[in-house]
Ligand binder design. Structure first.
Ligand code: NAD
Length: 450
């Protein structure tokens, strides 16, 4: 009998699937399931396009806004550096319509044609912008790390709920099939009961001190600093490099930590909770007067379910590192159990035994939230009013792990944490609880957005 010819689309699908499997390790069965159940973002009709505004027009903000422009009209842009606002206004001019330019996000929030805000500022500004957005009835797609402190996260979760808003956190690895597959396999016991997680993050820079420089024309330095202490501009404490200073961020521990800790929590089933013990150490001396966020570090965490987790920069090799033959800790997340290990990173998934990936999960398996498009998922959530894949509480809990690590490193002490009450307990709790919030430089305290 002559075999039935392949349907051309099916043939193309199988060829594509084989190529994806070869390149990334994602098995065919998972791709087939994805094809069958993929939740595609709803294509908006001409009258179904919300108005969005971008606050923070640097590299990532403009990238996000470009993604959003598939689903929405960009009506305004805002930056404290006029040069960046100008670039964004040009980039998002469409059919001769130039987005309005703002230098103070509070003014922008008064517009009723803005239905959603995209927050792409440095971390120390995220909460103020997001809080005002949800209080003025806007939905938010915000960059990670969601917050600068744990206290900020608690306030934002509450305000989002009180105002019934949608907040999608830009931890886009949740909408990547590799990461979801790894988490589904771990959640369904593929490696036995999860025992240990290793989160590998990039090593941060050690540089400085940096001489003072004139503030570039067009940049409002006082506003840029916001709640952070007043310091002279030096060219290395502003655009992009703000990441390496605790005043604005938390180094790689919060930068990449926001992504990989989020995945660790997802697989561990603790995405709305957190660890109970944290012991962090900085392993390299920083240069006095230079970047102060730890460059080389190790944070050991313990969860109430018995799972342990080591968060390390890539130059720090942990005792249980199963990938990379005991050399560098790879950038990604390793899940270790009695029946093997699974490692996932951007663009690849591996296991101690290929069968761990190749064998399909049963129909009855726990299925995790499936989004193939992080920005599209946000606009879907705006319409459905259902939680997006990286809801505000998940983003808050994911970045809390990094904040806990930073606090432990800065105190140079092991800490005990109560994830229900979100407070430290134990002998050093009084001192540790002071780190949950920070002093905010006036006028950039909460009255700024009252
Ligand atoms: N999801 C990801 O993979 C990813 C990748 C890169 C960056 N990020 C995050 O995106 C954020 C921005 O990073 P970046 O690399 O684009 O930084 P950047 O320095 O290029 O851009 C930040 C912009 O925000 C502006 N800004 C600062 N304070 C402001 C305020 N109060 N109001 C309006 N604008 C303000 C700055 O002038 C600058 O133009 C960070 O939180 C970063 O962690 C996420």
């Amino acid at each position: 009998m002559i075999p039935k010819p392949f349907n051309i689309n099916r043939r193309r699908f199988l060829t594509t699937t084989a190529a994806i499997t070869a390149a990334t390790g994602v098995p065919g069965w998972f791709l087939e399931l994805e094809e069958a159940h993929a939740a595609q973002p709803k294509a908006p009709g001409p009258n179904d396009r919300p108005g969005v505004a971008l606050v923070g027009c640097g590299g990532q903000g403009r990238g996000d806004c470009n993604g959003a422009s598939r689903f929405a009209n960009v009506v305004a842009v805002c930056d404290v550096d006029d040069n960046h606002a100008e670039v964004a206004a040009k980039q998002f001019t469409k059919d001769g319509k130039v987005p309005a330019k703002y230098s103070d996000f509070r003014k922008l929030m008064e517009r009723d044609d803005v239905h959603a805000i995209i927050t792409g500022t440095p971390d120390h500004w995220h909460t103020f912008i997001n809080l005002l957005a949800v209080k003025t009835g806007k939905d938010v797609y915000t960059e990670k790390p969601l917050t600068l402190t744990i206290d900020e996260g608690k306030r934002l979760v509450k305000a989002t709920r009180d105002n019934k808003r949608i907040v999608q956190v830009g931890s886009q690895q949740r909408s990547d099939r590799n990461f979801r597959l790894a988490c589904e396999l771990v959640r369904n016991g593929r490696i036995g009961k999860l025992q240990h997680i290793i989160v590998g993050l990039p090593t941060g820079p050690v540089e400085g001190p940096f001489p003072e420089k004139p503030v570039p024309a067009g940049l409002n330095w006082d506003y840029y600093l916001g709640q952070a202490p007043m310091v002279p501009y030096n060219g290395k404490n502003c655009h992009w490099d703000f990441r390496w200073w605790y005043a604005f961020s938390g180094g790689q521990m919060t930068d990449w930590g926001a992504h990989h800790n989020d995945i660790a929590q997802w697989a561990n089933g603790t995405e709305r909770s957190g660890p109970v013990e944290i012991d962090g150490k900085s392993l390299r001396e920083m240069k006095p007067g230079g970047y102060d966020a730890a460059s080389k570090y190790r944070i050991d965490c313990k969860y109430a379910n018995g799972v342990t987790m080591a968060i390390v920069d890539q130059s720090t090799v942990t005792d249980r590192n199963v990938v990379g033959e005991g050399k560098m800790t790879p950038n990604g997340v390793q899940f270790i159990g009695p029946d093997g290990w699974i490692f996932v990173s951007r663009g690849s998934i591996k296991a101690s035994n290929e069968e761990l990936l190749r064998t399909p999960l049963p129909e009855s398996a726990i299925k995790l939230y499936n989004s193939g498009n992080h920005m599209g998922n946000f606009f879907d959530a705006m319409r459905s009013r259902k939680d997006p894949i990286c809801d505000v509480e998940i983003g808050h809990r994911s970045i809390s792990i990094a904040h806990l690590g930073v606090i432990s490193v800065r105190m140079n002490e092991a800490l005990k944490w109560n994830p229900e009450k979100e407070i430290f307990t134990g002998s050093n709790a009084t001192e540790a609880n002071k780190w949950l919030a920070r002093e905010q430089r006036k006028p950039y305290d909460y009255s700024f957005i009252a």
